[in-house]
Design a protein around this ligand. Structure first.
Ligand code: FAD
Ligand code: NAG
Ligand code: NAG
Ligand code: NAG
Ligand code: NAG
Ligand code: NAG
Ligand code: NAG
Ligand code: NAG
Ligand code: NAG
Ligand code: NAG
Ligand code: NAG
Length: 496
């Protein structure tokens, strides 16, 4: 999701989220699973993490006839980076999404379908199509300023970069970072407006992003001509929260003894015979295989200790991917006073300063909610997580920008932002490949270690890193390989 078309979309989409929480039952995912008691020990498989990848891996094992597994999850609910929150003042509360909010890419004709979009339909998720590239009002630090032609040019620039990456790949030429690719193509944003448009295309500092990885990521999701799903972005507005798609799915095949919630994995010991996992509350669980679905950010830190330490090739791959922060700040006002489009793009003199504003008080979303959110990424998002120790300061900064757009804007009645970068269970929002990208790092990130320790999650996906569907397909793929190994030892990976 290295591209705003992707990630911005993601950002934008993720920012939007819920619906009025009037009826408690209507906001609960009916199929929420409540675990009980101690889990079985000495199972065939331990699935570590209950986000999209973990739940789909479990379902895949079940489909392959393997039910002897346990999912270990630190939270008390499935979903991981899909997580809802009720936001707003008393009497005017809405369900918003802290993390993923959009399903990016659906299906074109009889082409490949996004499996997450199919899952959402299976569980009747309420979704609204977002027009992230056409439904925009433009602003800069002097107020409204229609620079839509600059915006159109920035769309064309990314298309040129995708084509360049494809051509260079075929010619066996080295990857370029996006900044270099743009320079090479003669594209050099100079004005704040041009910078804001470029920012919208690429969700953080372009100079850090691999053009090849960004082009594949975009193509396989959004471009049907390149094997992708479609350029349609669907926003969840379901009061049950988007995580309901995995919670309800889990309830179709899991029983309560297959889940251990509220347990943080501290150590993962592995050898050529199997795996032993220890949790903070003192559980010791052994299994033939463990599938690690923790985020790349968690693996990059010391929260989870591998014993022995992971081999150099694996640590190199884990270290090579980046785990930037993408943050949405939600604001509620007494009433809407802003643009009628879905999005407001703001060009500050400082690139990346509160650039993308998304209205939830929209006829198709939560009319009358008075809610708007603004997205920041990268270094700015890190700074904001620090500033958030005092929300009043965040509000002062955000309102300074909003008053550039609307000088008479009143103070908000509620403000909130989720923390992803400093969250020990995530340590970032979603992964991205930087300028040093080589495809081998992606393969090595997903490769098993010692024949018993397996890896899956959005970050291990070469084609769809960052996305929900990347996590889905990686969980499915890893579990398929684990099941093949359990059912036929000749199909196990090398244990050395
Ligand atoms: C702000 C934001 C917006 C996003 N927007 C979109 C979007 O609109 N569309 C889209 O497609 N994608 C979006 N994404 C990305 C998407 O959310 C992820 O790609 C996907 O949810 C990752 O799933 P996963 O299973 O790989 O990882 P996770 O969801 O991170 O699952 C891993 C699980 O492991 C658990 N865990 C971690 N450490 C431990 C431990 N030590 N012990 C036990 N359990 C542990 C975590 O609690 C978590 O449940 C967004 C992400 C963020 C943060
Ligand atoms: C909510 O669901 C519970 C259990 O299904 C039911 O007993 C209760 O009446 C419901 N409440 C409302 C307000 O619908
Ligand atoms: C739950 O699954 C486990 C593992 O397959 C099985 O042993 C147990 O009987 C199941 N329990 C119920 C209530 O179905
Ligand atoms: C919200 O408002 C209702 C009535 O307007 C009141 O009964 C309730 O206690 C309030 N809740 C909170 C959390 O303030
Ligand atoms: C989805 O809605 C359809 C039509 O209302 C209904 O038949 C079906 O049971 C629902 N599915 C789920 C999983 O709720
Ligand atoms: C902005 O400019 C574009 C093209 O120049 C035009 O189509 C569009 O209507 C303008 N928008 C506004 C709000 O004036
Ligand atoms: C992405 O798709 C475009 C258009 O379909 C194509 O020209 C380009 O080569 C592709 N890029 C890569 C890296 O595959
Ligand atoms: C690129 O490298 C591959 C594998 O080494 C080779 O088969 C192919 O001919 C090369 N293509 C070009 C254009 O050099
Ligand atoms: C699981 O089994 C291992 C070895 O068989 C044992 O050391 C451990 O204490 C057991 N854990 C639990 C929770 O029973
Ligand atoms: C990937 O891992 C293999 C070992 O499995 C190693 O030989 C290779 O050098 C690694 N590639 C990179 C780019 O790190
Ligand atoms: C929070 O920031 C505001 C505005 O800068 C300041 O007035 C207030 O004293 C700060 N509060 C704390 C607890 O630091």
């Amino acid at each position: 999701m290295s591209r705003f078309r992707v990630s911005l979309a993601t950002i934008l989409l993720s920012l939007l989220g819920g619906a009025v929480a009037q009826d408690v039952n209507a906001t609960r995912c009916q199929a929420d699973l409540t675990p009980a008691g101690a889990p079985p020990n000495n199972t065939k498989v331990l699935i570590l993490g209950g986000g999209m990848a973990g739940v789909i891996a479990a379902r895949t094992l079940h489909e392959q006839g393997i039910d002897d597994f346990v999912i270990v999850e630190a939270k008390h609910v499935f979903g991981g980076r899909m997580a809802k929150k009720t936001f707003g003042v008393n009497g005017s509360e809405y369900v918003i999404e802290k993390g993923a909010n959009w399903i990016h890419g659906t299906q074109t004709g009889s082409g490949p379908a996004n499996p997450v979009w199919l899952l959402a339909q299976k569980h009747n998720l309420s979704m609204v199509e977002s027009n992230l590239f056409t439904d925009i009002t433009f602003f800069d630090y002097n107020g409204p300023n229609n620079y839509s032609e600059t915006f159109e040019a920035s769309l064309a620039a990314f298309d040129s970069a995708r084509a360049l990456a494809g051509q260079r790949w075929q010619e066996n030429k080295t990857d370029l970072d996006l900044r270099s690719a743009y320079n090479y193509l003669g594209i050099a944003p100079k004005t704040p407006q041009e910078e804001a448009c470029e920012y919208y295309q690429i969700d953080y500092d372009a100079s850090q992003t691999s053009t090849l990885a960004a082009a594949w990521n975009y193509n396989y999701t959004f471009d049907p001509e390149a094997g992708g799903y479609s350029d349609v972005d669907m926003l969840s507005v379901d009061p049950r929260g988007i995580a309901c798609i995995v919670q309800a799915e889990a309830a179709t095949f899991l029983n309560t003894s297959q889940v251990l919630f509220s347990q943080i994995v501290k150590t993962i010991q592995y050898n050529q015979n199997g795996v032993t996992v220890q949790t903070t509350d003192g559980y010791t669980l052994t299994a033939d295989h463990a599938l690690v679905t923790f985020s790349a950010g968690v693996l990059q830190n010391t929260d989870v200790v591998f014993d022995p330490a992971l081999p150099d090739w694996k640590r190199e791959a884990i270290s090579s991917i980046e785990m930037p922060v993408y943050t949405k700040i939600f604001l509620q006002f007494k009433e809407k006073f802003w643009f009628d489009t879905g999005i407001g793009l703001y060009a500050d003199q400082q690139k990346g300063r509160y650039p993308v504003w998304e209205s939830l008080d929209h006829p198709d979303l939560y009319p009358g909610s008075g809610i708007i959110f603004v997205t920041v990424t990268g270094d700015y998002a890190n700074y904001l997580e620090q500033l958030n120790k005092n929300i009043t300061q965040v509000q002062l900064e955000v309102m300074e920008v909003l008053r550039r757009m609307y000088p008479n804007a009143p103070d908000p009645i509620d403000i909130w932002l989720p923390i992803w970068g400093r969250a020990p269970l995530f340590r970032g929002s979603y992964s991205n490949w930087g300028a040093s990208f080589v495809p081998q790092h992606s393969y090595n990130l997903s490769a098993p270690v010692n024949g018993h320790l397996w890896f899956a999650g959005e970050a291990t996906s070469l084609k769809y890193f960052g996305f929900l569907h990347g996590a889905y397909l990686e969980g499915q793929n890893a579990a398929t390989n684990i099941a093949a190994c359990i059912n036929n030892p000749q199909r196990c990976p090398s244990s050395t």
